[in-house]
Every structure is written in C-alpha cells, then in structure tokens.
Write a protein that binds this ligand. Structure first.
Ligand code: FAD
Length: 416
C-alpha cells in the first residue's frame, strides 16, 4: 500500500541557478513502494539529488523525484555501510565517524547527495583515490518497469550501472565500503611558479594522500602562479619551490577562508579535512558555473600547456582553476575508466554566454582521451568517443528503461 500521497511543490533550479527545472512537479516519496508506484504511473520521471550539477542533466518533462522523504538511517555490516538514496555525504560522514569508520575520500563539499555524486562520477583528489563511485559495493534501483533491482560488485551490469547518470532508474539504496577512521592534516603551500608546476606536475600531485593545485593562470610579480593544497595521512612530502602558508586561505585567492576546512597542518578527522569546505557553510551563494575535464595522467603536461595557451581568454571568466587527480577504475561511464587521470576543474564566473563561447575552443586544445565531468558544463556533442563502453551503456539503458521513462533532453543531446 502506498503510505501517503506525495506533496506537490515547485521544482526550482540547480544549486547554482544555472538551470530552472522544467519538470511538471517534484515529489518526495516516503517508501520504495511509493517510488515503484510512481515509476509505473508516470511516463516521464527522473531522480533529483542535491541539485549540485549545473545543467538540465536531472530534468524531465514529467516528475522529478527527490528521495529526501525516504528517510531511514545508515546501517553497518562489517566494513560495508548501507545508506538511503537521499542521504548527503556530510550526514553520512558524521554518522560513520560516530561508529569509528570513514570513507576513503570526499569531494570538495560535503553538501552533495551520495546517489547524485555516484551517478555523475564525482570525485575528490589523490593519485591512489578512485572517484566516490569506486566505494560502491552494491546499489538498489527502481528500473523503468517499476522493478526493484539489486546490483552487487562482480555481478553482470554492476560496472555499467554505478555511474548511471540517472538513466537506468531511481537508486533507493547504496552500499559503500568503509575503513577505520583516520586523521588528516591540511597544509596550503604558496609560491608555486609555472616552471615548477610544469616540471614537477606529477611529483606535486603525488606529494600527499590528496593534492589540489589552485591557480588563476596569472603570474604574480614574484613569479608565483599557484597554491597547492596538501591533505596528508602521513608526514607530507615537500613541494618544490613553495613555502607552507602561515595564514589560512580560501580556494579562491582573496576570499575569506572562514568557509574552508582547517589548514596550517593541524591534524583533524578525515571528514573535517578532506573536503575544502565545511558542512556548516555554503561555499558560495551559487553565483558560479563549473566545467571539468579528466585527462589521462600521462598527458597532463599537454593539458596544462593547452589551458595556459588560452589563459588570456580563460582568465576574465575564471574564479579559480583546480588541478587534481583521480585513480583509474572499471566503471563504464567514469571519466577515470581504465586510466589514472588529472582533473582540470574550472570555477567560472556566472557568465553563461562567455563560458559557452570559450568551451569549444578549450576542448579542442585538450589532449585526445580527455573526458568531461558529467555534472558540469561541456561543449562536445560526442563525449562517447572516449568511453570504450559507450554503446554497452546505451544497451543497458535500453534494457533497464525500455519505455524511456528516464530519458530526457540532456541524454538525447549527449547520447543521441
Ligand atoms: C559548489 C560545488 C562544488 C563541487 N565540487 C565537486 C567536486 O569536488 N568534485 C566533483 O567531482 N564534482 C563536484 N561538483 C559537481 C557535483 O558535486 C556533482 O555533479 C554532484 O555531486 C551531483 O550530485 P547531486 O546530488 O547534486 O545530483 P543532481 O545534480 O541533483 O543530479 C545529478 C544526476 O544524478 C542523478 N541522480 C541523483 N540522485 C539519484 C538517484 N537517487 N538515483 C539515480 N540517479 C540519481 C540525477 O538524475 C542526475 O542525472 C561540485 C558542484 C558544486 C555546485
């Protein structure tokens, strides 16, 4: 029996206000049975997470489904935690910590939903850290026939379904591998020159458990072009040509560092250091856009040179650029599929026209094998060319969603 008629409410927009959802209505089912009824009833339906992607990726002409109302707590069995589909990383991190457990990595902010982050291949940084989706050991989803399907690591379809773009169904629960809680220190290093950035790029990105290089591609009078954020589980390595900062910094130079996690090498719990931003602060009010390109690690130098060659056009649109790493995985639509990658992330000013005009030129200069972040802005109409399992994924979509209930304008544009 459905527990209650879901409430009707306006659909609103993405967190960054970069897209107003055009869906007919937003509903918050209270049970998995409600989700199944909804999928069977509605010809067009789509899961909505925490709205942190920047496009119409989550949109539908029909009904948007938020799993906020599903409720339920996490539960632990050995090292595996089971979480409801609407839960956010920040909530889970506090819960895990209270049980002495941790996740291996987190993205830059803890406010994002687990299901949405996993569906888009969202990641933190670290040469040995896979994307957040690589912690998933099982997921349960309501497919396009209204069936509740459980997929476990090692089973057929699992590697295709985890980074699923919301195209295969509505994920109601996920299971994630955890590890014992650990401590991290965070130190910002200042004064990285362009020459050191190019010459020691991989060395710098390997210099701690998680490393992010922040730059605006401007040369300061002292030759420094970037700061390096180093998050270490052990004694951190030195970073060539830099000195540890003695004051805390925001990721965007000159902004107040108050929303950022503690730095200056003071040890703290994993979930209070791995994200750049604190859970009790919104990192900004959403007046930004983002793009990110995942480049094979062995072509990272070329990618950095490519961005530098466009610096005069990038700089006026840019709030900050972050360079970080994601370890290779086997998830079909993961931008790190089969290769260690360097992520070139751009936080843009909210100039949608300017960014739209720049992206095709930027993408043309990036090395072959570059893949876009699914949740952010990109221009290519043929991203599938760099994903070996692209056609297999399309076949999976056909099987899981034969009536195309989850199909939307974004998928039509990107998958054809
Ligand atoms: C300020 C900011 C910082 C960011 N930092 C990072 C970062 O550090 N690293 C990084 O990689 N990305 C980052 N991103 C991008 C962003 O984190 C991801 O795109 C985001 O996590 C998507 O999750 P969401 O819950 O917001 O999903 P939404 O935007 O709501 O939806 C995205 C996709 O997920 C699907 N989805 C959501 N929930 C479900 C579900 N239950 N079942 C099936 N499909 C579902 C939707 O259908 C849609 O296709 C950042 C974004 C912002 C705004």
């Amino acid at each position: 029996m459905p527990s209650e008629t879901p409430a009707l409410e306006p659909c609103g927009s993405t967190w960054a206000r970069s897209h107003d959802y055009t869906a007919r209505e937003l509903v918050r089912p209270r049970s998995v049975e409600d989700v199944r009824d909804l999928v069977l009833r509605e010809p067009k339906v789509r899961a909505l997470g925490s709205r942190h992607s920047f496009t119409d990726l989550a949109d539908t002409p029909g009904v948007l489904v938020s799993l906020d109302g599903l409720g339920g707590s996490p539960s632990l069995a050995d090292d595996i935690v089971r979480v409801p589909g609407g839960m956010r990383y920040g909530e889970l991190a506090e819960w895990l910590q209270s049980h002495g457990r941790a996740l291996p990595n987190l993205a830059s902010l803890p406010h994002i939903s687990i299901a949405g982050a996993v569906a888009t291949g969202t990641h933190g940084s670290g040469l040995r850290n896979g994307s957040l989706a690589t912690s998933v050991t099982a997921l349960e989803l309501v497919d396009g026939r209204g069936d509740l399907v459980r997929l476990e690591a090692g089973s057929a379809d699992f590697e295709g379904a985890v980074v699923g773009l919301g195209a295969l169904g509505i994920v109601t629960h996920l299971e994630l591998r955890t590890e014992p809680t650990f401590q991290v220190t965070q130190t910002v290093h200042e004064g990285l020159s362009y020459a050191d950035l190019q010459e020691h790029l991989v060395e710098i990105l390997s210099a701690a458990y998680s490393v992010s290089i922040f730059t605006r591609w401007t040369d300061e009078s002292d030759g420094s072009v970037a700061r390096v954020w180093q998050k270490s589980r052990t004694t951190p390595a030195e970073i060539p040509g830099t000195v540890p900062a003695t004051l805390a910094h925001h990721v965007v130079p000159d902004l107040d560092p108050a929303p950022c996690t503690d730095q200056l090498g003071v040890a703290g719990l994993w979930h209070e250091r791995l994200p750049h931003f604190r859970p009790d602060f919104e990192p900004s009010v959403g007046d930004e856009l983002q793009s990110e390109y995942l480049v094979p690690l062995d072509r990272a130098h070329e990618a950095v040179s490519a961005v530098r060659s466009l610096a005069d056009r990038v700089r006026p649109l840019l709030m900050v650029c972050e360079i970080r790493t994601v370890a290779a995985d086997r998830l079909w639509l993961s931008p790190a599929y089969g290769t260690d990658t360097v992520g070139l992330h751009f936080t843009w000013k909210p100039d949608a026209t300017g960014v739209r005009e720049l992206l095709p030129d930027l993408e043309e200069r990036l090395p072959a094998g570059t893949r876009p972040h699914w949740g952010k802005l990109f221009a290519t109409t043929d991203p599938g060319a760099s994903f070996p399992h692209w056609d297999d994924f399309k076949e999976l979509v056909g099987r899981f969603d034969p009536d195309r209930r989850f199909w939307n304008a974004w998928l039509a544009r990107v998958m054809g």
